[in-house]
Design a protein around this ligand. Structure first.
Ligand SMILES: Cc1cc2nc3c(=O)[nH]c(=O)nc-3n(C[C@H](O)[C@H](O)[C@H](O)COP(=O)(O)OP(=O)(O)OC[C@H]3O[C@@H](n4cnc5c(N)ncnc54)[C@H](O)[C@@H]3O)c2cc1C
Length: 395
């Protein structure tokens, strides 16, 4: 009883403060109805792995010697290691790497009908095929160990260059690539793109605790509007001070994977198998989009698997989930002594063939070195508690 009185008084004080703030200062108050986060509204739990490369993603073209003869070499363009930003940057990176390849002095004999093999059928592999087709290349094969249920299907869908490890020179290039990618998704969101991508990206208000952590500031004034300071009011006495980019973009990753398949499948040969080394690929030209697989194929120790935990939401009101939030917490250790950066995020993601009300995903963890051998299952409970605390819901 005493507790109830305390909560009512506390809510009243906060409501008055909110009303006062909105009256006396320019800060905008936005009312958000929290999602239902009790057990029966929680759906599928997903663990997947970000392919992060220390220093920067590998976007390069190299001549790789595969034997002793003069003809025993391959021209390998690599496009891998984009960490938590493979979707954010994907269309721009594909364009960037293919331009590197087509303008490389090692590719003097590359013509539009030269056979090219893409290894990997995730977002980066499919975007590469799409860009090659747009440029008129006609002889493309995609070889991949797996085509379904990849990290690329499961990814959350926030457009923001996060969870990467870029050196300063690379950061400038990444910013430019991100701006090009933003334009690609904005065209989809505004129905100005190939209809095959319809619904693959939508504009939604995107909230962060501050401008710096969004990673989006380099886009402001070029493709995005300035962020605003706002107070989120969850109507239950809990409020959060945030910044909002009203032209943020949610990428519907599962829908984009299906759309990219539809766009390229009629013109590309798909082969499902693992590639152990470049010598076994028939073509001289290869685009390596194997994500974490690039560690072995390129013999590059700089890759690290960054494990992520996601919980799908069920039976929500879709009108209440028209936004995205990302908040980082501090770093700590998991039970397997791996470094974990915890965060709370929520995006309006839907799995294919789900009911219209089965919308929303909450995450998430960033666990460096996390693999299938260290599932860190207890992180699911932690992230659900964090989400409930953020919205001021009972734990
Ligand atoms: C929890 C989580 C949330 C995320 N959220 C976001 C987000 O909100 N926004 C964002 O931009 N990004 C996000 N990401 C990151 C994004 O998902 C990845 O950066 C992106 O999907 C990587 O795509 P990819 O094509 O490089 O790799 P993958 O999707 O892993 O595809 C790799 C492909 O290569 C194949 N392959 C690998 N090795 C071999 C081999 N030796 N031979 C043949 N085939 C091989 C695989 O079978 C697969 O087809 C998230 C990731 C995680 C884990």
């Amino acid at each position: 009883m005493q507790k109830n009185v305390y909560h009512t008084v506390r809510s009243l004080i906060i409501s008055c403060l909110v009303a006062h703030l909105s009256y006396t200062s320019p800060i905008e108050v936005r009312r958000i109805t929290p999602p239902c986060l009790d057990e029966e509204h929680l759906g599928k739990k997903i663990i997947c792995y970000r392919p992060m490369r220390r220093g920067s993603p590998d976007m390069s073209v190299k001549k790789v010697v595969t034997g002793t003869g003069t003809e025993d070499f391959k021209i390998v363009a690599t496009n891998a290691g984009h960490g938590g930003s493979g979707w954010t940057l994907g269309p721009g990176c594909a364009q960037y790497v293919i331009t590197m390849l087509t303008t490389s002095p090692d590719a003097a004999d590359l013509t539009k009908d030269t056979p090219i093999t893409i290894i990997g059928a995730g977002a980066l592999g499919l975007f590469s095929a799409y860009v090659l087709l747009l440029q008129g290349f006609t002889n493309i094969t995609i070889i991949a160990q797996d085509m379904e249920n990849l990290t690329s299907h499961n990814a959350g869908g926030l457009l923001a260059p996060v969870s990467m490890d870029n050196d300063p020179v690379m950061q400038k290039i990444i910013n430019q690539i991100g701006i090009e990618a933003y334009k690609f998704y904005a065209a989809i969101a505004h129905n100005e793109s190939d209809p095959v991508f319809s619904g693959g990206a939508i504009i939604v208000p995107t909230y962060f605790p501050n401008r710096e952590e969004s990673g989006l500031e380099p886009y402001v004034g070029i493709v995005m509007q300035e962020a605003k300071d706002v107070l989120l009011d969850f109507g239950n006495g809990t409020t959060q001070c945030m910044v909002v980019y009203d032209d943020g973009i949610f990428i519907n990753t599962a829908k984009m994977m299906a759309a990219l398949h539809t766009a390229v499948a009629p013109y590309v040969t798909f082969i499902e198998r693992i590639v152990y080394n470049f010598a076994e690929v028939d073509t001289k030209y290869i685009i390596n989009c194997t994500g974490l697989g690039a560690q072995e194929l390129n013999n590059d120790p700089n890759y690290v698997s960054v494990q992520g935990h996601l919980v799908m939401l069920k039976d929500q009101n879709p009108a209440d989930l028209n936004y995205m939030i990302l908040v980082y917490f501090g770093k700590t250790k998991t039970k397997y002594h791996q470094e974990v950066k915890r965060s709370f995020y929520i995006f309006p993601k839907q799995l294919p063939d789900s009911e219209p009300n089965d919308i929303g995903v909450i995450g998430g963890t960033f666990i460096e070195g996390g693999t299938k051998n260290t599932p860190n299952e207890e992180e699911f409970a932690i992230l659900i508690d964090q989400a409930r605390t953020f919205y001021g819901l009972a734990i």
